[in-house]
Write a protein that binds this ligand. Structure first.
Ligand code: NAI
Ligand code: OAA
Length: 327
């Protein structure tokens, strides 16, 4: 049997953890032939519930699940990690913005970055889900100087999937017929879901929808979907967040389909005028196991203003965590 891939999941006893772990163990994260060993990281109060989840995982008898270990020490949790899913963090409640969690959650990501630096596998790939995801990823990355910066990503795939679903509902085309969508910027209410390069069954999306719908309906619906789910469910998105994390890692490891791209928050190389080093969402393709930013898309004035506004918020968040001594 091939050597199992070590997948560390933080916040394993939380809502997203509960929706995510079974999908990882069933082979959906990495592929149907790849055995996985789960390393669950929780805070001490979460360990007992994580043990319960581990019992349920055992009871599924997943053929690909090579083992489960539970830790409350980040150094041990990230030891040997090939894939690190940083989910554990406090979720927001009604009336909060994700940025309000900066102080509460930022402190989690410094020791986790240090632990990844100290003991993760050479090929570690990190996905931050815990909010505010982009800036938490920046904190973790800042404390892992020996790991290539590009291995730190934050999740905007849920926003991307939400945008696909909204555009599909509007045009009547199946989601599988839509390509070329992009989420730019922050995983926050300032994010910019961009349809100007999107195609619906081969036709430019901009021919099928008008600007009033984009501005008054599509963009706010996608950008505020997280809050709408909290209002409806009384808790933040969990199964859809887990699904997006699976999509993100699967594509990172296995490649995006030829000619297509998705949305990933990754360290900027200065592309599209986004300051270097900020972890911002871009159109990205996975080629040879690495994310590459899709280059040379034409950015119209409408898009430019929206991208700049979200990037400005990321700059503010970076300043705030500098002020808190987190980077
Ligand atoms: N990027 C995205 O698209 C999305 C991000 N989120 C975010 O994901 C995070 C987790 O959400 P839920 O699972 O619903 O929250 P939850 O409260 O159900 O679970 C969080 C878990 O993390 C654990 N935890 C807290 N600090 C930890 C630490 N230092 N190390 C390890 N574990 C720790 C808690 O004990 C708890 O079990 C939240 O910050 C939420 O806002 C949620 C949905 C989408
Ligand atoms: O909205 C929240 O707080 C949870 C989240 O990030 C999302 O659902 O996109």
């Amino acid at each position: 049997m091939t050597t199992p891939v070590n997948v560390t999941v933080t916040g394993a006893a939380g809502q997203i953890g509960y929706a995510l772990l079974f999908r990882i163990a069933s082979g959906q994260l990495l592929g149907p032939d790849v055995p996985v060993r789960l390393r669950l990281l929780e805070i001490p109060q979460g360990v007992k519930a994580a043990e319960g989840t581990a019992m349920e995982l055992d009871d599924c008898a997943f053929p690909l699940l090579a083992g489960i270990d539970i830790f409350d020490d980040p150094r041990r949790g990230f030891d040997g990690a090939n894939i690190a899913l940083l989910v554990g963090a406090r979720p927001r409640g009604p009336g909060m913005e994700r940025g309000d969690l900066l102080e509460a959650n930022g402190g989690i990501f410094k020791p986790q970055g240090e632990a990844i630096n100290a003991g993760a596998a050479q090929d570690v790939r990190v996905l931050v889900v815990g909010n505010p995801a982009n800036t938490n990823a920046l904190i973790a990355q800042a404390h892992a100087p020996d790991v290539p910066a590009e291995r730190f990503t934050a999740m905007t795939r849920l926003d991307h999937n939400r945008a696909l679903s909204q555009l599909s509902a509007k045009t009547g085309a199946p989601v599988g017929d839509i390509t070329g969508l992009t989420i730019w910027g922050n995983h926050s209410a300032t994010q910019y879901p961009d349809v100007f390069h999107a195609r619906v069954a081969g036709r430019p999306a901009s021919e099928l929808v008008d600007e009033a719908w984009l501005e008054n309906d599509f963009i706010p619906t996608v950008a505020k979907r997280g809050a709408a789910i909290i209002a409806a469910r009384g808790a933040s998105s969990a199964a859809s967040a887990a699904n997006a994390a699976v999509d993100h890692v699967f594509d990172w490891v296995n490649g995006t389909p030829a000619g297509e791209w998705t949305s990933v928050a990754l360290p900027s190389d200065g592309s599209y005028g986004v300051p270097e080093g900020l972890i911002s969402s871009f159109p990205a393709r996975s080629v040879g196991g690495r994310w590459e930013i899709v280059q040379d898309l034409e950015i119209n004035a409408f898009s430019r203003a929206k991208i700049d506004a979200s990037v400005a918020e990321l700059v503010e968040e970076r300043e705030a965590v500098k002020g808190l001594g987190l980077i």
